[in-house]
Design a protein around this ligand. Structure first.
Ligand SMILES: CC(C)(COP(=O)(O)OP(=O)(O)OC[C@H]1O[C@@H](n2cnc3c(N)ncnc32)[C@H](O)[C@@H]1OP(=O)(O)O)[C@@H](O)C(=O)NCCC(=O)NCCS
Length: 201
């Protein structure tokens, strides 16, 4: 059973046999959840999750709280510079969170910025720790990244605790780094760096 539902990446292990154990490891980690790509059919569920969790998400992240915003989001993650995945319960396939990879840049940089949010109903249960660990492991493999960054507002303690648990290290404060909810907001930059010594997968 492929828990990490990224079937289009399955052939990576066959193409490059030394990746197979890494892919197996990535699949094995999700005890309670799995990841799959966001699809158009997720519109209603994600919009509902975003609307019902505003108190938890504000002012840390902007989420698709309407069909129009979801469509814009879908267009963005269909492009080559971003991806989006839903975190789903294994036992009933319920979507409990979303994790995105933004601003994917390859070449000598091989970097991207991760963003994420959980449903208010499933906050504080360790589910996003499972999700983010799976997500970063998969992203390093499938995207051939060297670095994954998270930009976090200094007061956003749950998010800082999450990235620390997932092995990110603090790199510094970026003044007015992202425009969120009508303001340029300072962000702490956290990063997870892969120890690959080559470019690409
Ligand atoms: C950031 C965010 C995704 C973190 O979600 P979360 O639910 O705290 O993360 P986890 O699912 O990993 O849960 C971790 C907590 O569950 C607790 N927990 C409870 N049961 C657990 C279990 N069985 N296993 C592991 N941890 C468990 C952990 O102790 C931890 O709490 P702590 O940080 O106080 O020690 C969430 O706060 C969120 O959506 N915030 C709004 C959006 C946002 O800020 N996005 C990021 C912008 S930079």
């Amino acid at each position: 059973m492929l828990e990490l539902a990224l079937n289009f990446h399955d052939d990576l292990g066959a193409l490059n046999p030394h990746l197979a154990p890494i892919i197996e490891e990535a699949k094995a980690h999700g005890r309670r959840i799995y990841l799959r790509s966001v699809e158009p059919r997720d519109r209603q569920k994600i919009v509902r999750l975003a609307r019902s969790s505003t108190a938890l998400h504000h002012p840390w992240i902007e989420t698709p709280k309407s069909n129009a915003l979801f469509n814009q989001y879908l267009d963005r993650i269909k492009g080559k510079n971003a991806t989006g995945m839903v975190v789903c319960f294994k036992h009933n396939d319920e979507i409990i969170g979303v994790i995105n990879l933004n601003e994917i840049v390859l070449g000598a940089f091989r970097s991207a910025r991760v963003s994420y949010y959980v449903s208010h109903e499933h906050h504080g249960r360790g589910l996003m720790t499972e999700g983010l660990n799976l997500f970063t492991t998969e992203a390093f493999i499938s995207q051939g990244l060297h670095r994954i960054e998270a930009a976090i507002q200094p007061q956003n303690i749950p998010s800082k605790r999450l990235v620390k648990r997932c092995g990110f290290h603090y790199e510094g404060l970026a003044k007015g780094y992202l425009y969120i909810d009508g303001k340029w907001r300072d962000h702490e930059r956290w990063a997870l760096v892969h120890d690959r010594d080559t470019v690409g997968v």
